[in-house]
Design a protein around this ligand. Sequence first.
Ligand code: PLP
Length: 395
Amino acid sequence: MTDAYAWIEQSLATIHRADWYRSVQTINGRSGAMVLLEGREVINFASNDYLGLAGNERLIAAATAAVQEFGTGCTGSRLLSGHRELHQELEKAIASFKQTEDAVVFSSGYLANLGTITALVGKRDLILADQYNHSSLKNGAILSGATTIEYPHCDVQALRSELQRLRQDYRRCLIVTDSVFSMDGDLCPLPALLDLAQEYSCMLLVDEAHATGVLGKTGAGCVEHFGCTGRQLVQIGTLSKALGSLGGYVAGSATLIDFLRNRAASWIYTTALSPADTAAALAAINIVQQEPQQRTRLWKNVDYLKILIQEQLPNLQLLPSQSPILCFQLPSAADVLKAGSQLKSAGIFAPAIRPPTVPTSRIRISLMATHQAAHIEKLIEVLKGIDCDDLIKSR
Ligand SMILES: *Cc1c(COP(=O)(O)O)cnc(C)c1O
């Protein structure tokens, strides 16, 4: 008899051989622009906490007060066990922030994507998806049973030809895209996607995970950035990045949200967002709306890093980015691991992103509003110092 589980060890060995193996590193203390990584103080370029709100006193106070008042858990799904006014307040705040009729919060952004895509399309339908979409969008598409076609990254012409070729063969069609691409930092061509969606009678779902709190005049995201507020679409996002909490949301028409409350399995059959997470996210939205200076600081840091790179590392080619996510591509997974560990020993925490997350290996830098100029200057010094022949041969 063979051991039915033996393949797992072999599979892990294959992962190791490809330099695709991942393991977690322990952070101590509160999260921020500097963190203790395995006991050593490092500058944190590895966080999605763009506004530095995860360690913010007001979020901590709001979460603490909510735990004191309501306890730690919500004890069941919202339909069965009832929800809290806090949930409704948060949903109202999201809808008003996004200028949509309504919003619904999920326990994570991942679950929001799975639940929404599977509720909107099924076997008779078509999904057209950007090839660089987040895992939650890809898995939502698979779970829905719809025919899924990936179009080349941000290629509107290719999307149009797929629509011309396929649209009439399907009942409903859903175009799905990240708004800020999480592992690249560039933006989807939103206005063109909206026009195509209208022309071919498709729904459009945009994932604002890395845009919410970051892009747009009021921080409402990419939709606001492109002046598309009020257009009909399905906006998804997370409470766990710039909003410093945990959870996901969908914002859109009242009909859409009402429908999701009845049909999104990952909302119906899961426990409601905890009081602490809900209260922290609500406090974060208030800060984003009332204190644009946090966002200004973030964008100043982005500009400063880009300028220093241009001046001092002119050969270092960044992937095109219009967000606080800046990536340097390297030839192989082994190179990127080596660069990541050199950065770490020099006091810089920036993750090596490898396949299968992305097609090509890269170092991903994400900036925060709370980074000081000195943090960014140190990053430049370290990048200059590391053995970066390979860094320079990027695409
Ligand atoms: C992080 C992320 C998600 C998942 O959000 P969570 O709240 O962390 O589950 C979804 N989509 C994109 C594009 C993301 O980057």
